[in-house]
Write a protein that binds this ligand. Structure first.
Ligand code: EPU
Length: 425
C-alpha cells in the first residue's frame, strides 16, 4: 500500500490540466453495454476505478481496450450476472444494471452494500426499474430484474436526500430501449448526467431535458456505436483550486469548466480567494485574508458533497468559525478526526462540523478513509508546517489521475512511497 510523504508550507504555483471526469466516464462505460457495436470514449482518466469498471465490463463479456486516455469497448455478446466480489468493491458499478436490463431483459446484480461514507441504499434505482415494468426479486444479496417488455412510464426519483445521480443514470439508460415515453421527474441535474445523455443520444437515443429535473426519453428499438469525449472533472478542478488557496499559492487550471462548479467558486470568493477567468483558463490566487464560510452540501447546482472534505481542510485555516453541514451522506466526516491530528479544531454536531480556524497546522501521520477525505488530507498536509505522512493513498488513486505528479509539477514537495519503501514516482 502506497503512502504520501509531504513537506508542507510550499505555496502551489504554475499550471495544471484537469483530467476527464471519473463520474462521467463510469456510467458512460456502462452505457456501452447497450449496443453490440464498438464505442470509443476519449479523455478517460487513468484511475483504478476506471480500470475496475473495465474489469466488470469484461466479466460481463465485453472487450475493453484502454490506451492513452482512450477506451474502446465492444459488448458484442454479454451475460447479465454482476458478481458480488466485483460490485462490492466499487459501488458505482450498480449502473451496469440499467443497460443489462434494457439489452438482455434480465439481469442479476449483487446489491452493493454500504461504504465508508454511508449506507447508500439503491431503493430509488429499484423503484425506477419497477416503474418501467421490471419484476424484481431480492435474494441472497442479489437483485434479479426481469422485464420481457420495458414500457415507458413516469418515474419520480426524488429521495430523502434529493435526487439520485446513478439512479437517474440507470433509469435513463434502461428507458432508452423501452417502448414509448419515459419521464423522469426529480432527476439528478449533475453535469455527468447531461454528459451521459449526450453519449446516449450519439448512440441513437432520444433524450431531452438531461441536466434539468425533468428528463424525457423516447424509447428506440436499438442503439448503435458512438464516440464521445468526457467532460472535465469538476471535483478534481475544485480540489486543485482549494489546494492553491490553502497553500496561499497561485495556479492556473487548464481544461476546467467553471460553469460546472460555480457553487465551489462562489464559496472560495466568499472566503476571500480570488478566482478569475483568463480566456479558457481559470486562475486562483489568495486574497488579503482568508475568511470563514458556512457550507451546506446539496444536489447540483448546490455545493457538492464531493468537495465538502477539501473545503473543510481549507476552513481549518480561516480565522473564525465555519459551519459545514453535510446533507447528502450521513457519515462523511471521517476526515475531521484525521485533520485534528494536524491541530485542526473541529467538533461534529449531528450533520454539522463546527470548524474553528487555527493559525497553522503542523504535519503528522494520517490515514486516508475514502476518496475525497484523502484529498482533504493531502490539502491539509500541503498547507501544514513540517512533514505529513498519509497512509492508504490507494483511495486517492481511485479518483485523481496522477495527483502526486500534478502536485509536484506545481511545486509541492510530495513523494509517493511504495510498500517496499522505494520511491514510487
Ligand atoms: N439514495 C437513496 N436511495 C437510492 C439512491 C440514493 O436514498 O436508491 C440517497 C443516498 O443514500 C444519498 C443520496 O441519495 O443520501 C444521493 O446519492 P446518489 O445516489 O446521488 O449517489 P451515487 O449516485 O451513488 C454519485 C457519485 C458520488 C457522489 C454522489 C452525490 C458516482 C460514481 N458517484 O454517487 O461520488 O458523492 O453521486 O453527488 O457518480 C465520489 O466520486 O467520491 C463519490 C462518492
Amino acid at each position: 500500500m502506497d503512502r504520501f510523504v509531504i513537506h508542507g508550507g510550499v505555496p502551489l504555483r504554475g499550471e495544471v490540466t484537469i483530467s476527464g471526469a471519473k463520474n462521467a466516464v463510469l456510467p458512460i462505460m456502462a452505457a456501452a453495454l447497450l449496443t453490440s457495436e464498438p464505442c470509443v470514449i476519449r479523455r478517460v482518466p487513468d484511475l483504478s476505478d476506471v480500470r475496475f469498471m473495465a474489469r466488470i465490463l469484461q466479466s460481463l463479456g465485453a472487450s475493453v481496450r484502454f490506451e492513452g486516455g482512450v477506451l474502446a469497448i465492444q459488448a458484442r455478446q454479454i451475460q447479465g450476472h454482476g458478481d458480488y466480489e466485483l460490485v462490492r468493491k466499487m459501488r458505482g458499478s450498480i449502473c451496469v444494471m440499467g443497460p443489462l436490463l434494457a439489452r438482455l431483459r434480465e439481469t442479476r446484480v449483487a446489491l452493493p452494500g454500504g461504504c465508508a461514507i454511508g449506507v447508500r441504499p439503491v431503493d430509488l434505482h429499484l423503484k425506477g426499474f419497477r416503474a418501467l415494468g421490471a419484476e424484481l426479486e431480492i435474494a441472497g444479496g442479489y437483485v434479479r430484474a426481469a422485464a420481457p417488455r420495458l414500457i415507458g412510464a413516469e418515474v419520480f426519483l426524488g429521495g430523502r436526500a434529493g435526487p439520485t445521480v446513478l439512479g437517474t443514470a440507470n433509469i435513463m439508460m434502461a428507458a432508452t430501449l423501452a417502448e414509448g415515453i419515459t419521464i423522469i421527474d426529480s432527476a439528478a441535474c449533475e453535469p455527468e448526467i447531461a454528459d451521459l445523455a449526450g453519449f446516449l443520444n450519439e448512440m441513437g437515443a432520444r433524450i431531452s431535458g438531461a441536466g434539468s429535473p425533468v428528463i424525457t426519453i423516447a424509447g428506440v428499438k436499438e442503439l448503435h456505436g458512438a464516440e464521445h469525449e468526457a467532460i472535465p472533472d469538476r471535483i478534481e478542478a475544485a480540489t486543485f483550486a482549494i489546494a492553491a488557496a490553502a497553500t496561499g499559492g497561485e495556479i492556473t487550471l487548464r481544461n476546467a469548466r467553471p460553469d460546472h462548479f460555480r457553487a465551489v467558486l462562489d464559496k472560495l470568493r466568499e472566503a476571500g480567494v480570488t478566482v478569475e477567468r483568463h480566456g479558457p483558463a481559470l486562475v486562483v490566487r489568495p486574497g488579503p485574508v482568508l475568511r470563514p464560510v458556512d457550507i451546506t452540501t446539496q444536489p447540483y447546482a448546490g455545493f457538492p458533497t464531493d468537495v465538502q472534505a477539501q473545503m473543510m481542510a481549507l476552513m481549518c485555516l480561516a480565522p473564525g468559525t465555519s459551519v459545514i453541514t453535510e446533507r447528502i451522506f450521513e457519515s462523511r466526516f471521517m476526515h475531521a478526526a484525521e485533520l485534528a491530528r494536524l491541530g485542526a479544531d473541529i467538533s461534529i454536531e449531528g450533520p454539522s462540523a463546527i470548524v474553528k480556524g487555527v493559525s497553522a497546522l503542523s504535519g503528522a501521520q494520517m490515514m486516508a478513509g475514502d476518496l475525497r477525505a484523502s484529498a482533504a488530507l493531502v490539502i491539509a498536509g500541503l498547507a501544514a508546517r513540517g512533514a505529513t505522512e498519509i497512509l492508504r493513498v490507494y483511495h486517492i488513486d481511485r479518483g485523481y489521475e496522477n495527483i502526486d505528479a500534478k502536485l509536484r509539477q506545481l511545486g509541492a514537495r510530495l513523494e509517493r512511497i511504495s510498500e517496499a519503501g522505494l520511491g514510487g514516482e
